[in-house]
Design a protein. Structure first.
Length: 109
């Protein structure tokens, strides 16, 4: 499935992800600076992404645990999600998400 990431600098990056993969893995494979420190345990929020508004309502709803972690994520907004909790599916072909401005490894460039 195709996913479009928008980097902290605003550049679009097209990526391909296999159905069933967490969006976090697709993002990392595409070189996005998402740490995903806890590997999907919902204990870090370093996999935070901002979903394009037109896509947000099409995603399965966030669990309460995810909402709680998002409250702690820096720069979180209304369409924020944890990318480790979103599984790539046919319905999400063309999904667009933005990497939040404060994501780590872009620093110092
Ligand atoms: Fe830690 Fe997603 S990888 S919350």
């Amino acid at each position: 499935m195709r996913v479009r990431f928008v980097t902290t600098k605003g550049d679009p990056v097209e990526a391909e992800g296999a159905v069933g993969l967490p969006l976090l893995e697709v993002a990392q494979a595409a070189g996005m600076p998402l740490e995903g420190t806890c590997e999907g345990q919902m204990a870090c929020s370093t996999c935070h992404v901002i979903v394009a508004p037109e896509w947000f309502d099409r995603l399965p709803e966030a669990s309460e645990e995810e909402e709680d972690m998002l409250d702690l994520a820096a720069g979180a907004c209304r369409t924020s999600r944890l990318s480790c909790q979103i599984l790539v599916s046919e319905a999400l072909d063309g999904l667009e998400v933005r990497v939040p401005p404060d994501s780590h490894d872009m620093r110092g460039r």
